[in-house]
Design a protein around this ligand. Structure first.
Ligand SMILES: Cc1cc2nc3c(=O)[nH]c(=O)nc-3n(C[C@H](O)[C@H](O)[C@H](O)COP(=O)(O)O)c2cc1C
Length: 354
């Protein structure tokens, strides 16, 4: 049997991942009133059975108005926590660390589920808060400037959702500050035109992000690692830059964030990596080296050898895989076989398949 960096265990705080492979958060648009159901359990547990070290749920909204669509997952009540408990238990039982992504969509909320359309929800939709009343596009829901009181409530909502997530059995909590959702809208000078304490220069625009992670860290047990997903650049002239991400990552580390999940773009229509998401790996390496924090690389990772080389070369501490995991829930087990390392097939399967 070979030795592989991808399949070496990794520890953050009190949590050890059996390997460096994570299932990246992926919206399923299959919840009713924000509640997890059989689909969420099947989708997530099957990828834990498939050998991943970490399985992260889709973005779960911390308030109902923070959903992207009416079919998003949510965690704004104890009933939502109870619906998620079996999901966390099933992932744990299959040997993976259960993770959850906490989110607020801000001005990108109240849209239809993608296979129905891209317009704002006509019936049962809601007005969407943003740092400044700039709609995402011409089809967006009514967009208004968030007041100080709603900002304060949002910080508390992230903390309460994080506490519920820990209660439900999740052992990795990620704050979604990327992809043009609420906190990214506050970070970027393109979408934050405020002149109060939550706007202006980098420090003011970063305030919401830092206050959220401070509140979340205080709400969860010390042994649970905290992750933040950033859009490391906006891909738009005059927008958020990699240097901004490095500065913010240092401050996030001081507030008890343990790993930065390095994505990019999606702040304004069409703002995506020009040559595909593989370039995001450079951001994971740069933040790891220059901010001194562990990072997760994500985007366009499909092969076992490239994933292994990324970890081996110090480009990232974990790889997160989205679309390739949809095509093959057993991606991690197949990667182990490709690299010649012991594949952790579940015992009820092992004798039959190896
Ligand atoms: C169906 C689908 C749903 C997604 N939902 C989320 C999400 O809820 N939160 C998030 O941060 N990223 C989301 N993403 C982005 C992925 O997590 C990932 O960053 C992106 O797909 C690039 O990785 P890949 O090349 O391995 O697919 C989603 C991607 C897909 C394909």
């Amino acid at each position: 049997m070979e030795r592989s960096s991808l399949f070496s265990p990794f520890t953050l705080r009190g949590v050890t991942f059996r390997n460096r492979i994570g299932v990246s958060p992926m919206c399923q648009y299959s919840a009713v009133d924000g509640m997890a159901g059989p689909w969420h359990l099947t989708h997530l547990a099957s990828r834990a059975v498939g050998g991943a070290g970490l399985v992260v749920t889709e973005a779960a909204a911390v308030v109902s108005q923070g959903r992207i669509s009416p079919a998003d997952l949510g965690l704004w009540s104890d009933a939502h926590r109870d619906a998620l408990r079996p999901v966390a238990a099933a992932i744990t039982d299959a040997g993976a660390v259960p993770g959850i992504q906490l989110a607020h969509a801000g001005r990108k909320g109240s849209t239809q589920i993608p296979w129905i359309g891209r317009d704002a929800v006509a019936e049962g939709g809601w007005a969407v808060p943003a740092p400044s009343a700039l709609p995402f596009n011409r089809r967006s829901a009514l967009t208004y400037t968030m007041g100080a009181e709603e900002i304060a409530r949002t910080i508390i909502a992230f903390a309460e959702a994080a506490r519920r997530a820990a209660d439900a059995g999740f052992r990795f909590i990620e704050c979604h500050f990327a992809h043009g959702y609420l906190v990214h809208q506050f970070l970027s000078p393109l979408t934050n035109l405020r002149d109060d304490a939550f706007g202006g220069g980098l420090e003011g625009r970063s305030r919401l992000a830092l206050e959220i992670v401070r509140a979340v860290r205080a709400a969860i047990p010390a042994e649970i690692p905290l992750s933040v997903r950033l859009s490391c650049v906006d891909w738009v002239e005059g927008g958020w830059t990699l240097d901004d991400s490095i500065t913010l990552a240092r401050h996030l580390g001081e507030e008890g964030v343990d790993i930065v999940d390095c994505s990019s773009g999606a702040l304004v229509p069409g703002a995506a990596p020009p040559d595909g998401p593989a370039v995001q790996r450079d951001f994971a390496r740069a933040i790891r080296e220059r901010a001194g924090l562990p990072t997760a690389a994500v985007g366009g990772i499909t092969g076992a050898r490239e994933a292994d080389a990324l970890i081996e070369s110090g480009g990232a501490d974990m790889v997160l895989i989205a679309r390739a995991m949809l095509r093959d829930p057993y991606w991690a087990l197949h990667a182990a076989e490709a690299l010649g390392v012991e594949a952790a097939w579940p015992l009820p399967y092992k004798r039959a398949v190896t």
